[in-house]
Design a protein around this ligand. Structure first.
Ligand code: ADP
Ligand code: ZN
Ligand code: ZN
Length: 725
């Protein structure tokens, strides 16, 4: 089309979001022209440079904003047959981009299935056909279990209180049954309503999916879909389209599902809400749990706005609102605190199902082994070894749980108890092996590793928790000579990320544990989750101390959650009389975390830990962001961060007086593939001030990066509400 023709035709101006480079941080929607009227939320193909890309129509513009029709590029086509992404979804994307300091396009496009970018409209139309037989929404008459009194109370409370709900229930208390009933209620109330159920790991979806599919099979097979990164691109597209078109009534997914298009979303469930995997660790580093809560509120507000009469003052959860249930036996301290101040309601389920009439339901006894009184350098204390041997002799199974997560190493002296605390902060300094320094990740204070313990002169100072790495190899030696009741040799199996890389490996290993072929199972946190081992009567945590004294302030919370989960694994259905035990080896048996663990008392743990966090101004009482930078040299990476912070200070950016940027430090793992990595912590007591500051800082950082000396920088990015610092 020639330019002179354009001016005579009708021209519509629109802004379109497209995927922008990941680290740019800035960059809003681009202006395009179209000869056809388009609606916000429509998917379009537009030219970008020499490429043709997928974009989302964001706004209709009143004019060209100064561009001549010849300067502006034209929309190439729309994805026909696909309804526009609704306003609520666009608001959610805008919020996510703003809060986590990423571009709109990056968040919007990452939330769409990759295959959508490659499809012609013809193909789309074919996939979008509705399910042939419209299935009945009548629930078939079916035997459902009678709810426990706690389940009944939780469901009743959910029906009347519109606040986000924290379902605080121990493992086996019947939380999943509550999710199922809450979902059933929502789906029955409105024939179009949709439910989103999120789980932390793909590993856990098949079991749960089977349970949901079975319960909702009367809706028709196409109505329950999964959405996670383990699907093929084609499956993922299919699920996404089903959710977007409203065909799928129930979507079961991992964190990515929180940004799925679900036009009639009425309930979001976040199972194991404390799980760190809800935090995206690249690109837009969002917390899917936090976004779930935000999204539920947004869906409710928008449904209320869009006409249907609704009494604003009513406390009832109206059919147009969207509820959110966060479930956990060991909630995140953020969610727990929200229940203490009344922002969330708390629904408690103490009782394990069946515990009233079966001894099997009772919780394991927790035994602490004081490692100060055990032979030096032993990896398994003699009393624990004896207890394991006893289990083997009785034909019972033991689970040895290694807490191998990459905690930032803190140095300690085992003689006097000295730890590498920072003299200026309530934080531990991290041992950096590369240059043998101790560095505070808060204030940056750095010293060379001392030759000997500064407090007692002992030369044997070492990272906390070291010494058990080779346990797996030792174990066979340690248990030598011990045989099963029938005299056959014992079997030790290991389950961790390395042994389960192959598809199906985990399942087959678990099957052999269930079949009783394994006597001692060794594994990392991955076995503490979601698996029900009936014949395990002993669980041992052999090196948990690293998490008690970690520079990562969330480490104790994770440790407590893992140990509670591990106790939940033991002997859920163990034969009568076999009282199960949890053993914990520690140099700090007096630590309050273990006191709370002995009592299986999460609220007591949370109270202590929240008091510590409040005193230190940490989450949920303070707010933080990390800026990370990567370069060929550590000096350059740190120099960039420090220069950007200095520029922010000099320009007195909005919020700067309430925000503290600390000096840049190397990351705990400071060099990866010859790239040096540095980070800078930014803290504030006000979430709003931090948000304003970060938003204003983005362009300053981009400008700093343009300075000649920082051109070689590889990349930088912000992480808002980081999980570890
Ligand atoms: P959670 O999700 O809290 O770990 P589940 O919902 O998986 O607990 O329940 C644990 C077990 O108890 C499951 O096997 C489940 O089928 C069963 N169950 C749940 N609720 C009831 C009930 N009211 N009566 C009998 N069994 C139940
Ligand atoms: Zn010492
Ligand atoms: Zn410090």
């Amino acid at each position: 089309m020639k330019p002179e023709q354009i001016s005579t035709n009708m021209v519509f101006w629109i802004s379109v979001v497209v995927a922008t480079p990941a680290h740019s941080g800035v960059g809003g929607p681009l202006t395009y022209r179209s000869e056809l009227p388009l609606a916000p939320g429509q998917l379009v193909r537009v030219p970008l440079g020499r490429r043709e890309v997928l974009g989302v129509v964001w706004e209709l513009l009143p004019d060209s904003g100064g561009l001549t029709p010849a300067q502006a590029k034209a929309v190439l086509g729309t994805l026909e047959g696909l309804a526009p992404l609704n306003p609520t979804w666009r608001k959610l994307v805008a919020f996510t981009a703003g809060y986590y300091q990423r571009s709109l396009g990056e968040v919007a496009l990452a939330a769409l299935p990759p295959q959508l970018r490659e499809l012609s409209t013809v193909q789309l139309a074919r996939r979008l056909r509705r399910p042939s037989a419209d299935t009945s929404t009548e629930e078939s008459v079916r035997e459902l279990v009678a709810l426990s009194p706690e389940q009944t109370a939780a469901l009743a409370q959910l029906a009347v209180d519109p606040r986000p709900a924290l379902l605080f229930g121990s493992t086996g208390s019947g939380k999943t049954e509550v999710y199922l009933r809450a979902a059933a209620r929502v789906l029955a109330e409105d024939p179009e309503a949709q439910v989103l159920v999120m789980v932390p790991e793909i590993n856990l979806t098949p079991q749960l999916q089977a349970r949901f599919e079975e319960r909702f099979k009367h809706l028709g097979r196409e109505r329950v879909v999964a959405l996670h990164s383990g699907l093929t691109p084609a499956q993922r597209l299919k699920s996404w389209l089903a959710a977007h078109a409203g065909v799928a009534r129930l979507v079961l997914g991992t964190r990515m599902a929180v940004l799925a298009s679900m036009p009639k979303l009425r309930l979001i469930v976040v199972d194991e809400e404390h799980d760190p995997s809800y935090k995206q660790q690249e690109g837009a580093r969002y917390s899917a749990r936090d976004l779930a809560v935000y999204r539920a509120r947004l869906e409710g507000l928008d449904a209320a706005e869009s006409g249907k009469p609704q009494t604003q003052t009513s406390q009832d959860a109206s059919p147009n609102s969207c509820s959110v249930i966060l479930g956990s036996a060991t909630p995140s301290l953020e969610s727990w605190q929200a229940t203490l101040v009344g922002r969330y309601q708390r629904l408690t389920m103490h009782e394990r199902i069946g515990s009233a009439d079966q001894a099997a339901g009772s919780l394991p006894t927790v035994r602490l082994v004081d490692m100060n009184h055990q032979p030096k350098h032993c990896t398994l204390a003699p009393p624990l070894l004896a207890a394991i041997a006893q289990r083997i002799a009785r034909g019972e199974q033991s689970l040895i749980f290694l807490n191998r997560r990459g905690y930032a190493p803190v140095l300690a002296c085992h003689d006097c108890g000295w730890k590498s605390e920072c003299p200026h902060c309530s934080a531990y300094r991290v041992f950096h092996k590369i240059d043998r320094t101790l560095r505070c990740h808060h204030c940056g204070f750095t010293e060379r590793v001392p030759r000997a313990c500064p407090s007692c002169g002992n030369v044997d100072i070492a990272p906390v928790g070291r010494g058990t790495e080779r346990l797996e190899e030792h174990l066979a030696e340690l248990l030598q000579g011990i045989t099963r009741p029938d005299g056959s040799p014992l079997v030790i199996a290991r389950i961790d990320a390395d042994t389960t890389r192959l598809k199906g490996a985990l399942e087959s290993q678990l099957a052999s544990v269930h079949a009783g072929e394994v006597d001692v199972l060794v594994g990392t946190q991955m076995i503490a989750k979601g698996h029900d081992f009936r014949h395990i009567t002993l669980v041992a945590a052999v090196n948990p101390d690293g998490a008690l004294f970690s520079s990562d302030f969330r480490a104790p919370e994770r440790l407590f959650g893992l140990l509670m989960q591990a106790t939940g694994r033991a002997g859920r259905n163990a034969e009568k009389g076999a009282q199960s035990e949890m053993w914990v080896q520690t140099f700090h048996p007096e630590h309050p975390l273990f006191g709370a663990l002995k009592q299986h008392d999460y609220p007591a743990f949370a109270a202590q830990e929240l008091a510590d966090r409040e005193a230190a101004g940490m989450s949920p009482f303070g707010f933080s962001a990390l800026v990370r930078a990567e370069a060929r040299s550590q000096d350059l990476a740190q120099g960039f961060l420090n220069a950007a912070a200095a520029a922010a200070q000099a320009q007195a950016l909005p919020g700067h007086d309430m925000v503290t940027p600390y000096p840049a430090v190397p990351m705990t793992i400071q060099r990866v593939a010859n790239v040096e990595r540095a980070q800078m912590l930014v803290e504030s007591s006000s979430r709003v001030a931090l948000q304003r500051f970060l938003a204003a800082w983005q362009p300053v950082m981009a400008a700093t990066r343009q300075q000649a000396e920082f051109k070689p920088l590889i990349r930088w990015a912000m992480d808002v509400d980081p999980l570890a610092i």
